[in-house]
Ligand binder design. Structure first.
Ligand code: PLP
Length: 398
């Protein structure tokens, strides 16, 4: 059976009522027949039937053994780091999501967990960086926001040869395009806020483990720390997943059209998109991803915050907002938005330069999206004054 058909029909019909939509069990507790004798559920932090459906679906989608749903992507990341103890070290991709950097630096460093950042686009750099304290390798591929690609299979081999865990943040590709556990990863995390939810209407995170043993450890942390996903938001993610494959295919098609347009534009310096043959690790990308995904980033020849702001305040269909992966296109200026918590020197060294712009290419018509980008780039080239562009954007945003 085709995986999409299998996925759609793996979402269970409610055995009690026949409801085709998964019921939302909006309850805090469950009545027991005798102490400890119940129908598999005792308290809704520990488990909830709606959340359990989502957790089973994501485990299946990612080819893992166990899945767990959290209140945000960062809560999911936090649960994985809690597998470690003081004195342990993480080797992480250098172009890491800013919120993960903030969590590692400002929460876990003072608890004795050290993080070293490596350019993981070359697997040899990872092998060379391992120290006796290293316990966990942390990848995002593609990365946020410069779409760097790392070879999951090669790095999984390095991790296992050194008795380390490999965790992959699969938010950007989503399981519709890439399944890291099949390539050797031990843990996958998601900001389900993005493509899995898919409609910019919730905040959620997921963890999937390769083995039941690791799953039990995450389950313990989930229950002990308590950052669970609510029944209603679990239901929203389930509903998003029903159309995931369809959406991500279309996001990727639109993003490739926008990336190709940007590549030919005289105001644009570099375009980062794994689906372009010019991408540094395009060969690895097409080996491990079935399409390029919906995010395109680019820099301007005029590498200034002002020029980038001119662009992001001039688009009309691409709304200026953090986040990505929704139906509506979004534009973001990482240096002053998602990645502002990373010190300027470190940020620039990882490629997040002042003019870098990130587009989350939505499901509108590709021609309309290209026309919107064209219009905004014209404003950049003509150096329209920013005040007018901002007024424009405010007016459009209502
Ligand atoms: C790659 C990646 N991982 C994790 C997160 C954190 O997810 P959340 O915002 O759901 O906490 C984000 C958020 O943008 C992200 O882009």
């Amino acid at each position: 059976m085709n995986p999409t058909t299998e996925l759609i029909h793996s979402i269970p019909v409610d055995p009690l009522t026949g409801s085709i939509s998964v019921p939302i069990y909006q309850t805090s507790t469950f009545v027991q027949d005798e102490p400890g004798v119940h129908k598999g559920y005792d308290y809704a932090r520990s488990n909830n039937p709606t959340r359990a459906v989502l957790e089973n679906i994501i485990a299946r989608l990612e080819y893992g053994s166990n899945g767990y749903a959290f209140a945000s992507g960062l809560a999911a990341i936090d649960a994985v780091v809690k597998l470690l103890r003081s004195g342990d070290e993480i080797l992480a991709v250098d172009d890491i999501y800013g919120g993960a950097f903030r969590l590692f630096t400002h929460i876990y460093k003072k608890l004795g967990i050290n993080v070293r950042y490596v350019d993981t686009t070359d697997a040899q750099n990872v092998a060379d960086a391992i120290s006796p304290a290293t316990r966990l390798i942390w990848l995002e591929t593609p990365t946020n926001p410069t779409l760097k690609i790392s070879d999951i299979e090669a790095i999984a081999d390095i991790a296992h040869a050194n008795n380390l865990l490999l965790c992959v943040d699969n938010t950007f590709a989503s399981p519709a395009l890439q399944q890291p556990i099949k390539l050797g990863a031990d843990i996958v995390v998601h900001s389900a806020t993005k493509y899995l939810g898919g409609h910019s209407d919730l905040i959620a995170g997921l963890v999937v483990t390769r083995t039941p043993e690791l799953g039990e450890q995450i389950k313990f942390i989930q229950n002990a720390s308590g950052a669970i996903l609510s029944p209603h938001d679990s239901w929203l993610v389930i509903r998003g997943i029903e159309t995931l494959h369809l959406r991500v295919k279309e996001h990727s098609r639109n993003a490739l059209a926008v990336a190709k347009y940007l590549q030919a534009h005289p105001a644009v310096k570099d375009v980062y998109y794994p689906g372009l043959t010019t991408h540094h690790n395009h060969e690895i990308a097409i080996e491990q991803q079935s399409a390029g995904g919906g995010v395109v980033s680019f820099t301007l020849h005029e590498d200034t915050e002002e020029a980038a702001k001119q662009f992001v305040c001039s688009t009309q269909l691409f709304k200026l907002a953090e986040s990505l992966g929704g139906v509506k296109s979004l534009v973001c200026h990482p240096a002053t938005m998602t990645h502002k918590s990373i010190p300027a020197g470190k940020r620039q060294a990882a490629g997040v330069v002042d003019s870098l712009i990130r587009l989350s290419v939505g499901l509108e018509d590709a021609g309309d999206l290209v026309a919107d980008v064209e219009h905004a780039l014209r404003n950049v080239m003509e150096g329209d004054n920013l005040e007018n562009a901002t007024i424009n954007a405010q007016w459009l945003n209502g």
